[in-house]
Design a protein around this ligand. Structure first.
Ligand SMILES: Cc1cc2nc3c(=O)[nH]c(=O)nc-3n(C[C@H](O)[C@H](O)[C@H](O)COP(=O)(O)OP(=O)(O)OC[C@H]3O[C@@H](n4cnc5c(N)ncnc54)[C@H](O)[C@@H]3O)c2cc1C
Length: 434
C-alpha cells in the first residue's frame, strides 16, 4: 500500500516513523523545505501533559499516550540515529503567583492521583529550599509535575527522519505539493456525490510532477490552508456538473417515469451557489480553504548565563504566567543556557500575520527576569520567532478525514502543542489506515 505524507515537521516525521514500523507500507514524505523548519524549528519542546488542565476525553488521552510513547521513542531513536536527543526528565515546575487559584491545582492533583499520575504542591518554605534562585517575593507556591518532559524538537525530528529512513521510508525535500486535483476522469481523483466518504484521491500534483498513492496524509501545518483552498469550490462545481448531468438524464428518464425528479444537494455546508448569493449573486465565489489553519506568531529568546540557575542537579523546565524558562541541552550537557518564550500574537481578521510585537517580547523577557532575577545578568545570544498552526473555528489538533475524500487524512492544526501531541497523532493516523 502506497502512502504519501505531506509535511516533515514534528507531526509528519512522527507519522512517518510510526507507520514505518507497519509491514507492507510503501511510504514517501514530501516537504518543500528540509525537515524541522516552520513551526517545529521554533518550538521550545515543553510537553505539558500531566500539568495541563485537560483531564478527560481525547485531549487527555492524547497527552497521556504521547508522554508514554516518548519514554519508548527517545532511547529507541537515540540508538537508531546515533543522535543524543536533549530530553529533560526532571519534570516541569509551575510557578504560582499571588493571583493563582491554588484550589484549582489541589483539585487537579487529586484527579491526577486517581489517574495514576503525580502532582506535588509545594508551599513557599519547601519551594524556597529547592529553588533558591526563583524570586520568593513573586512566587508564593509551586506545582511540581515530575512525569512531564521537555525535549529539543529539531533534534527529535531529525532522529525521527533517520529512524524512518532506516525502516525504508523515502523522503523528498525541496518538493512542493501544488494541488489536490478533483476530477471525474477514470484513474484520477474522483468524488462521488453520495455518500461523502466515497471520494477517492488517486494522485496529487507536485513541483516534480504527479505522485500517486493509496493514502495521502496532510501534515503540512499552516500549508494545509493553501492545499485545501479552492477545493470546496472544485468539489461543488464537479457536483453541480454531475447534478446537471443527472438532471438531463432524469429528464429523459422522467419522461418514462414521472415520479423521479432531479434533486441537487450540497453536503459541504457552503456551496458555490450560496457563496455567490452572499455576494449578491454577481461575483464568482472567492476560493476559501476547506481546512482553515491560521498563524499565531510566537517569539522567544536564548539566554546565555554561563552556569546553571539554582541547583545544577535539579533543572526542570519552569513555567509561570505562560512564560517558559527551559534549560538547554538537558540530560546531555551541564546547563549554562536557557530558552525563554514565547509570545502569543494573533493574526488579523483575514488570517494575515501582523509584524512581530517587540513590546510583547520585552514583556516575556521581563517576566522571566522577575521569576529568575539572575537572568538580568545573562547575555541574550538570539531571538527568533515562528508561526503556530491554529485551526480556525474548531479545536486543535485536526486529526480526521479531509471532508469529501475517504483516503486523505489530516494531521494538522496542532497550535501550541504539536511537539507534545505528535506521537499520539501518529498513533491515531496508524489506526485510521491499518
Ligand atoms: C515559539 C513557539 C514555541 C512553541 N513551543 C511549543 C512547545 O513548547 N511545546 C509544543 O508541544 N509545541 C510548541 N509549539 C507549537 C509547535 O511548534 C507546533 O504545534 C508544531 O511544530 C506543528 O508541527 P507540524 O509538523 O504540524 O507543522 P510544521 O512544523 O509547521 O511543519 C509543516 C511542514 O509542512 C511543509 N509544507 C507545508 N505546505 C507544504 C506543501 N504544499 N508542500 C510541501 N510541504 C509543505 C512545511 O514546509 C513544513 O516543513 C511552539 C511553536 C512556536 C512558534
Amino acid at each position: 500500500m502506497k502512502i504519501v505524507i505531506i509535511g516533515c515537521g514534528i507531526v509528519g516525521s512522527a507519522i512517518a516513523y510510526e507507520l514505518s514500523q507497519v509491514k507492507g507500507l510503501d511510504i514517501t514524505v514530501i516537504d518543500q523545505q528540509p525537515p524541522a523548519q516552520a513551526s517545529t524549528g521554533a518550538a521550545l519542546g515543553v510537553l505539558m501533559g500531566v500539568i495541563s488542565h485537560k483531564t478527560k476525553g481525547k485531549p487527555w488521552r492524547m497527552r497521556q499516550q504521547s508522554l508514554e510513547l516518548y519514554e519508548r521513542w527517545i532511547p529507541e531513536l537515540e540508538a537508531v540515529s546515533g543522535r543524543k536527543i536533549p530530553f529533560n526528565r526532571q519534570g516541569i515546575l509551575s510557578l504560582c503567583t499571588a493571583e493563582e487559584d491554588l484550589k484549582g491545582w489541589e483539585y487537579l492533583a487529586k484527579k491526577r492521583k486517581s489517574q495514576g499520575f503525580q502532582l506535588e504542591i509545594w508551599d513557599s518554605v519547601k519551594f524556597q529550599q529547592i529553588c533558591p534562585h526563583v524570586n520568593q517575593n513573586k512566587v508564593i507556591a509551586a506545582v511540581y509535575s515530575p512525569q512531564d518532559r521537555q525535549l529539543d524538537p529539531t533534534t527529535l525530528t531529525l532522529a525521527l527522519v533517520d529512524g524512518a529512513l532506516k525502516n525504508g521510508v523515502n523522503f523528498k525535500f525541496g518538493v512542493k505539493v501544488l494541488e489536490i486535483p478533483v476530477s471525474s476522469e477514470a484513474g484520477e481523483n474522483t468524488l462521488s456525490p453520495l455518500p461523502l466518504s466515497e471520494g477517492v484521491c488517486r494522485e496529487i500534483s507536485t513541483s516534480e510532477g504527479k505522485i500517486t498513492a493509496d493514502w495521502f496524509i496532510i501534515a503540512a501545518g499552516l500549508g494545509t490552508s493553501s492545499l485545501t483552498t479552492g477545493l470546496q469550490q472544485k468539489i461543488d462545481q464537479k457536483k453541480q456538473g454531475e447534478t446537471e448531468q443527472a438532471g438531463e438524464l432524469s429528464e429523459v428518464e422522467s419522461n418514462l417515469r414521472p415520479d423521479v425528479l432531479p434533486c441537487p444537494r450540497s453536503d459541504f455546508g457552503v456551496s458555490a451557489q450560496s457563496n455567490a448569493d452572499a455576494h449578491g449573486g454577481s461575483l464568482p465565489p472567492a476560493p476559501f480553504p476547506l481546512i482553515d489553519i491560521r498563524p499565531v506568531l510566537g517569539q522567544a529568546l536564548h539566554f546565555h548565563v554561563g552556569h546553571a540557575l539554582g541547583n545544577p542537579d535539579f533543572q526542570p523546565a519552569l513555567t509561570g504566567n505562560d512564560v517558559h524558562i527551559v534549560p538547554c541541552a538537558a540530560g546531555i550537557l551541564p546547563t549554562t543556557d536557557y530558552w525563554v518564550g514565547a509570545t502569543v500574537e494573533f493574526p488579523d481578521e483575514q488570517g494575515k500575520t501582523l509584524p512581530a510585537d517587540s513590546e510583547l517580547l520585552s514583556s516575556v523577557k521581563q517576566q522571566a527576569i522577575e521569576f529568575c532575577p539572575q537572568l538580568a545578568n545573562a547575555t541574550i545570544t538570539r531571538t527568533w520567532s515562528g508561526l503556530r498552526p491554529r485551526p480556525e473555528g474548531r479545536a486543535a489538533p485536526v486529526i480526521d478525514h479531509l471532508p469529501g475524500f475517504s483516503n486523505i487524512l489530516l494531521a494538522t492544526g496542532h497550535y501550541r502543542n504539536g511537539v507534545l501531541l505528535a506521537p499520539a497523532s501518529a498513533i491515531a493516523i496508524r489506526e485510521m489506515i491499518t
